[in-house]
Design a protein around this ligand. Sequence first.
Ligand code: ADE
Length: 214
Amino acid sequence: MRVDILTLFPSLLLPYFGESILKRALDSKAVEIHVHDIRDYSLDKHKKVDDTPYGGGAGMLMTCQPIFDAIEQLKTFNKGPVIYLTPQGKVFKQAKAASLAKSTNLIFLCGRYEGIDYRVREALVDEEISIGDYVLTGGELAALVVVDAIVRLLPGVLGDEKSIHHDSFSSAFDGKKEHPHYTKPADFRGMKVPDVLLSGNHAAIEKWRKDHLQ
Ligand code: ADE
């Protein structure tokens, strides 16, 4: 999978990709993630990327030119949908993560300020995604959430393939949540791990887990 992310703040995104499972996914080439600074595409001599809204009103809007140039260039080698992160988008769910994980190419556009010129949305954006009914200062956190949820579903990214099927949203558990998990020690300050989990009796353990989904 190839993912391109357009943002005015690449440094907000990059550290997340340098650690843990995302880093492993990149190292193993399960995914390539390219973060682009929209400002680099500005033809303005001061690299301006925003302006005041026609008709008046508070705040600034991201202008067309840098975003059009950036996306048109990206589209020559990334044929995936352009996804704009915005609170007005469709709320992101696990099923959407699963369907996006089947794509080979994705382009994410992170907004800032009061948003982007509507002509970008009309001409270039294929889908709008929100990560929840609240307003963030920009789309970067949302892009991280969406990319993280997609990348962990790519083949080979989680060490144990089973953990995908056994996680909270899998149909394997009929949409129910997880059973409690414990690790060593078996007794922590008098709080004991249920005996059955130490028994080695796999059938009994499976039954206990099914009975304790919450
Ligand atoms: N940008 C600002 N708020 C957002 C949200 N809730 N989801 C996606 N992008 C956003």
